[in-house]
Ligand binder design. Sequence first.
Ligand code: SF4
Ligand code: SF4
Length: 374
Amino acid sequence: MKYRKFRNSQDDISLLGMGCMRLPVLRDGRGIDYVQAGEIIDYAYENGINYFDTAYYYHGGESERFIGQALKKYPRNTFYLADKMPGYALKKEGEMERIFDEQLERCQVDFFDFYLCHDVRESSFDKYVNFNVIPFLKKKQKEGFIKRLGFSSHGKPDTLKKTLDLNDWDFVQIQLNYFDWSYQDAKRQYEMITERGMPVTVMEPVRGGRLANLCPEANDVLKSAKPDKSIASWAIRFAASLPGVLTVLSGMSTMEQIIDNIDTMDHFEPITPDEQLILDKAVEILKAQTLVPCTACRYCVSECPAGLDIPRLIAMYNDYSVSKKSFGLADIFELPDDKKPDKCLACGLCTGNCPQNIDIPDVMKKLADEVAKL
Ligand code: SF4
Ligand code: SF4
């Protein structure tokens, strides 16, 4: 494992961090599979990962409980735990104290090493300001409940700048990967943060898994260059190659993924200029083929009055779009009628929550039209 120092401290942070947003779940859908997920956390810890990132709403709140239990057996000073205040969901200022106390209790810790204002962007910025979230968290920091205070952002560069101006942050978390480097202005955002001397923690380095398995043409480009390396390893190496990155948070769901990612980091070598040209070629192919850039973050799902599994439907649409074969839509026929895309009410409630700014009702309509043709 490779480590990077947190600013001028003595803290060595593993360059690969464990995101606890996509832990393995039970087949019956009744929450996290504690056995499998526990094995993943143990493997991570034993192989040098010391940064674990959770949030109040990950896995409906179960992620915090799970990671608290999974890390309890390890000395508190051997890992760094990051959690987040869901300011975007606050109804009133007074809720923060209860949420923060609940997080400490769920995670079974006395303090958080890293703590973030969660998902500050255009639709949530005013809540963070009007509900005085930052003064509240700075007070918690002064009292010793938070060691380092940062924020995560899915916003556009202008909102990122406004948020950077709000406070002297310790670190910032952004979505960064070789596809979004140009596609979603990640390069500009990275530069805005690092110019201020702040380290970047990276989320979505593999873009919700999409950069672990590209379309056949793009896969071929990467496989021809490095036949014995996984497609995902390119994505992990790209993010980790940036000197301003403190840790690359991968939301690993299987043992296979964590073994591969740790192998990548154990033999880490920065992306060379020649390899960057290869990545650029793969990105061009992807851009031509990627129709809906969904990362399966599921921020849109809770607002949907029709109860649609939006990311799942979008994944089917993308499969279909790339293959142009009906098997990409086969799963749709397994869905109950009231969960099919034609049940979208076009209310638009989901779009405001989408970090990728996807026009979800439009995708639902196109998907429904394709299904109707079959
Ligand atoms: S626009 Fe469609 S998918 Fe989005 S919240 Fe409304 S019903 Fe759900
Ligand atoms: S549509 Fe947007 S909000 Fe919904 S899962 Fe995909 S990226 Fe996330």
